[in-house]
Design a protein around this ligand. Structure first.
Ligand code: ADP
Ligand code: MG
Length: 408
């Protein structure tokens, strides 16, 4: 057994990465998804068509890091790759998208394509200045709602024109345009609808433009509601927990990458603690590592780290989300947690709260919009964050947390 001088020397090598969007040292259990994306990218460079893709899953399963991995893969193959995290602020998303188109163009290494893209983007700017005048977007306080609406439509129209022209230019050089949209469910229905329409048009024109979206489990339903064609336009993939085997690798591989390891007993305990959820793997792995003073890391170190891991999960996953809900929202979620079911019946919540189900529609909707709960099937509700029910039962947070309006 190798013993470090102190826990400190081992700590410095800690390879675990708990935190939203933090790339893991080893991206475990996603080989198939990577292979599919690799196929999409290669087919695009061969001038062959593809289907756009949507990934959905609970919080903390690794959607963002997967999407970012795809983004890098696309860039490496000289495709135009755009990455945005959607918000419910349409103007912000539009501006971000325009910025990212320019950034994506700047990444292209094929000089001929780069020149053509510059020409295309310049042309689009000239045309839109002619059509709408300089400074087309006037600030909102100067506008009445009709002209606000008009300039929003204009903004989206310009964006569609740009995306289409860029995809066309890319096509001539056997490249393509991939738009990665994280938290897709957050996007305004108008912008979402426009992007879906554009996807539909690109498909029929055989243009290499592909949306690769990611979001919560209700994203497929939101897309279908937004646009009747959505169901047929996308391949839907679920991102979920890792298998038992992959979960063990999720601990052992990062450890081995820095020349250390876990004992079998430590691994068994870590697998049970993490339940295969990638965020949990990082939290329990990090905590066990920090409690160890030698390698292989033992079950005792895992045990000592458990309370630290739970605190990490509380602050990284649960507390801030809990704080987003109003008092009534918290009562609603506490009732959900008390059922002990993964997916509970809306009618049971109403009974528990002594109300009619119809009287709870607004609060239910608010919690869905906040991304805290979703409806996995008709009449049922579940938390979007794994372990949220446990957190609520364990900490009974209702009376101690303030309502944090600013924190979204
Ligand atoms: N395939 C994976 N293997 C190991 N760890 C992962 C994997 N995917 C994600 N993680 C880790 O899980 C955490 C959450 O990842 P993230 O992409 O933010 O999830 P999501 O976007 O689904 O909420 C991060 O700490 C990340 O390092
Ligand atoms: Mg994410």
């Amino acid at each position: 057994m190798e013993t470090g001088k102190s826990g400190g020397s081992l700590r410095i090598l800690n390879p675990f990465t708990p935190g939203a969007g933090r790339p893991p040292r080893a991206l475990i259990g996603r080989d198939h998804e990577i292979e599919l994306m690799d196929r999409l990218i290669t087919r695009t460079t061969l001038g062959l068509s593809n289907q756009a893709v949507v990934y959905s899953g609970l919080r903390g399963v690794g959607k963002t890091v997967l999407l970012r991995k795809f983004y890098t893969m696309a860039q490496e193959q000289d495709l135009l790759a755009i990455f945005i995290e959607a918000t419910d602020e349409e103007e912000h998303d539009c501006l971000k998208l325009s910025e990212e188109i320019h950034k994506a163009a700047a990444h292209i290494t094929n000089n001929h394509l780069l020149e053509q893209l510059e020409k295309t983007l310049e042309h689009i700017t000239t045309v839109s200045v002619k059509a709408f005048g300089l400074g087309a977007s006037v600030s909102f306080d100067q506008e009445d709602s009709q002209s606000a609406n008009q300039s929003a439509n204009q903004r989206i129209y310009q964006l569609e024109q740009t995306l289409e022209a860029v995809a066309r230019t890319a096509q001539e050089a056997k490249s393509g345009l991939i738009l990665f949209v994280d938290e897709f469910q957050e996007m305004s229905a108008r912008l979402m609808g426009a992007l879906i329409s554009l996807q539909q048009e690109a498909n029929s024109l055989n243009l290499p433009f592909y949306i690769v979206g990611a979001g919560l489990p209700d994203l497929p339903g939101i897309l279908s509601k937004c646009h009747s064609y959505a169901e047929r336009l996308f391949t839907y993939r679920e991102v979920g927990r890792l298998s038992r085997y992959d979960t063990a690798a999720g601990f052992q591989e990062p450890a081995k990458s820095v020349g250390k390891s876990f004992t079998d007993a430590a691994l068994d305990r870590l697998v049970a603690d993490s339940q295969g959820y990638p965020y949990f793997i990082q939290a329990y792995g990090e905590a066990a590592w920090n409690e160890a003073d030698s390698s292989p890391i033992t079950e005792e170190a895992v045990e000592r780290g458990e309370s630290v891991a739970i605190r990490e999960l509380d602050s990284g996953l649960y507390t801030s989300r809990w704080q987003r809900a109003t008092q009534l929202g918290r009562k609603f979620m506490t009732a959900m947690a008390s059922t002990g079911e993964d997916a509970c019946k809306s009618s049971d919540i109403a009974n528990l709260l002594g109300k009619k189900a119809s009287g709870l529609t607004a609060i239910r909707q608010q919690l869905i919009q906040l991304g805290l709960i979703y409806s996995p099937e008709y009449g049922k509700l579940a938390f979007t964050v794994p372990g949220m029910a446990d957190f609520i039962r364990r900490t009974e947070p209702a009376s101690v947390q303030v309502y944090d309006r600013a924190h979204r």
